[in-house]
Design a protein around this ligand. Structure first.
Ligand code: GDD
Length: 346
């Protein structure tokens, strides 16, 4: 049976402070955990067994996802005592792997035609198929050079200068045959990108590149996290629809509250008269006092925003408190329970 492995065991340091108390799979995008987007995309290809590979306790994720039944899947947690690398994590899961495996980088938020990619993988008899897309800044990724048959010729991880030969990059979506498990070097840490894939090419194994299209992004820093939420509000990303975890807007009913059509408000929020919310995501249980103005921002659950404050282009972690008349200009990323005092300008 084809299973999916989601790799989410990286340090997540670049996402700090957001990732300090919230593991990456649980980062809310439009008030729903990132992991649900990934599961929904993969489930479309009739894959219902998932392995989540992490290197920290699964407690927070498990409290929401449990064994996956609520989402119509079986979800297993694989916890590494110390990170084993992306291919090392696959090797670690070998007892659960009995067939082809779909592997997804846990920071990828994309629309990808997995069923078609699986068909191409099978019909071309590939050992590995790598989802690729085009970007304007390939040097930040792993580039993938292909031949006329669409087979991979060369990988370059974060190439520089003249080594950038293409803007086609590894999108972090793979289909991998079970035999690959035997080819993973038995070193302490091992990565697909820098260890295994180059080794497969050297051994002459067929590694296929499959263009998954351009609706692709990864959430690696607070700025890309904020942008992903903005993309969702602009309908560039489709929210997952699981009855157990509905994607729902709870617009405030008070006539003197203005929430534009693109914004999303979570449940049990208290929003007072004179508040304006533009193109923003407001998490559950937030309280926003009179005349506050929030635009292009994401507030996690339980934030409290006092009167007449302005929040622009910012992310507020859980339970932040913003004082009266405070002004947060674009680019503020506040960790959970941050406190901004009255009339501060940050
Ligand atoms: N289980 C586990 N163990 N997961 C890991 C480990 C590990 O030791 N190391 C990294 N991961 C997970 C991360 O949590 C992340 O979700 C994913 O693997 C990718 O790792 P990153 O370290 O974030 O890689 P990257 O984003 O810089 O680059 C990778 O992704 C790009 C596209 O998203 C590479 O695969 C590039 O080639 C690629 O272009």
């Amino acid at each position: 049976m084809i299973k999916a492995l989601i790799l989410a065991g990286g340090s997540g340091n670049e996402l700090r402070p957001l990732s300090i108390h919230t593991p990456k799979p649980m980062l809310p995008v439009g008030n729903l955990p990132l992991l649900l987007y990934q599961i929904e995309r993969i489930k479309k290809a009739a894959i219902t067994e998932f392995i989540l590979s992490i290197s920290y306790p699964p407690r927070t994720i498990h409290s929401v996802m449990q064994e996956g039944d609520l989402f119509g899947i079986l979800l297993r947690y694989h916890v590494e005592r110390s990170p084993l690398g992306t291919a090392g994590a696959f090797r670690r899961a070998k007892n659960l792997i009995d067939d082809t495996t779909v592997i997804l980088n846990g920071d990828v938020l994309a629309e990808f035609p997995l069923q078609k990619m699986l068909e191409a993988h099978q019909s071309r008899g590939a050992m590995v198929t790598i989802g690729t897309c085009r970007v304007s800044n390939p040097q930040a990724y792993g580039t993938v050079e292909i031949n006329q048959q669409g087979l991979v010729k060369r990988f370059s991880e974060r190439p520089r200068g003249s080594k950038v030969k293409t803007n086609r990059i590894n999108a972090g979506v793979y289909i991998v045959e079970r035999q690959v498990l035997q080819m993973i070097p038995r070193q302490e840490t091992c990565f697909f990108e820098t260890d295994l894939f180059p080794q497969l090419l050297q051994a002459g194994q067929p590694v296929l590149a499959y263009d998954i299209g351009q609706n692709w992004r990864e959430i690696t820093r607070p700025a890309s996290y904020l942008q992903s939420n903005m993309d969702l509000l602009d309908s560039r990303i489709t929210p997952p629809s699981f009855p157990a975890y509905p994607h729902k807007h709870h617009p405030p009913s008070h006539p003197q509250v203005s929430v534009d059509d693109s914004s999303l408000v979570g449940e049990n929020c208290v929003i007072k008269p004179g508040v304006r919310i533009v193109h923003s995501v407001i998490g559950a249980n937030c309280r926003i006092e009179e005349d506050a103005f929030i635009r292009n921002s994401v507030l996690w659950p339980g934030c409290r925003v006092q009167e007449s404050s302005v929040i622009s282009g910012s992310v507020l972690g859980k339970g932040c408190q913003i004082g009266e008349g405070a002004y947060l200009r674009s680019g503020n990323i506040l960790g959970d329970k941050s406190l901004i005092t009255d009339f501060s300008r940050v």
